[in-house]
Design a protein around this ligand. Structure first.
Ligand SMILES: [Fe+2]
Ligand SMILES: [Fe+2]
Length: 257
């Protein structure tokens, strides 16, 4: 059995095999690729293969120029999408482990927990697809974040409703701010491209819209958590500071490795 097959069978027998990550992740770990293709983000058509007619030449001079992303922009996107995928993995695992104890003791929270979990699973699928499409490797810390997020969800779930909600509030505060920062950077690129008369690719616009939508959903989770007693957790300050510091550290590390 080669190493890819061995990893796949090991993964399928693990408790995480139901997380919608395995099909995507294993090829990424076992196929080392260096080429990342963002060309479609800013270029959407091929150059004409035949000599253009004079009318076409005239319209070409008035058409907006297209240019690929710079190396720095590509690196920013690599890093941003890698962190986002890791963050969404963590969110899925936190909710998965919190849900059983919380809904057992507070059945009225079942729809809310299900709603938040479903949205996180959707976010995770989105970033899995983007990483696969642009051939970005997941963070090397993936197994560590898997264990840490599962433990955090399990512990705060056992501590009770308020602690689970305080966890959501802390995580979403950091993640909402993180997505906001990415949206600001991408909007500054769009503005610069438009000012220079360059064409903005449809894919880049779609990415901005996706990040805005996900940010808004994270901030909704934050509001729901506060409404469900996050601030009544004991010890609230300690939980809030510890979890937010953990998120900041995880983001910092995942951006780099
Ligand atoms: Fe999310
Ligand atoms: Fe969330």
């Amino acid at each position: 059995m080669n190493s890819a097959k061995a990893l796949r069978s090991l993964y399928k027998s693990s408790p995480y095999s139901q997380t919608p990550l395995c099909d995507f992740l294993l090829p990424s770990f076992t196929q080392v690729t260096s080429r990342r293709d963002y060309a479609s983000i800013t270029t959407s058509s091929e150059s004409p293969k035949t000599e253009p007619a004079p009318e076409a030449l005239k319209s070409e001079t008035t058409a907006k120029r297209r240019r690929p992303l710079t190396k720095e922009q590509q690196q920013f996107l690599d890093s941003a999408l890698r962190v986002n995928q890791a963050g969404e993995l963590a969110a899925v695992l936190i909710y998965r482990h919190q849900t059983p104890p919380i809904t057992r003791s507070h059945p009225h929270l079942r729809p809310l927990m299900h709603h938040m979990y479903s949205q996180e699973a959707g976010h995770f699928s989105t970033f899995n697809a983007l990483l696969a499409k642009h051939r970005i490797r997941p963070t090397a810390m993936y197994p560590v974040w898997t264990a840490a997020a599962s433990t955090l969800g399990w512990v705060t779930g056992l501590m009770g409703r308020e602690a689970a909600m305080a966890c959501t509030e802390a995580v979403e505060t950091e993640i909402g701010g993180h997505y906001n920062g990415q949206v600001r950077v991408l909007l500054s690129w769009l503005k610069e491209m438009e000012e220079k008369g360059e064409e903005v690719g449809e894919e880049l616009r779609e990415l901005v819209d996706t990040l805005k939508r996900i940010r808004d959903e994270e901030l909704e989770h934050l509001d729901e958590a506060v409404g469900e007693g996050a601030k009544e957790a004991r010890p609230y300050e300690l939980l809030n500071r510890a979890i937010r510091s953990g998120c900041k550290g995880a983001i910092w590390i995942s951006e780099r490795v």
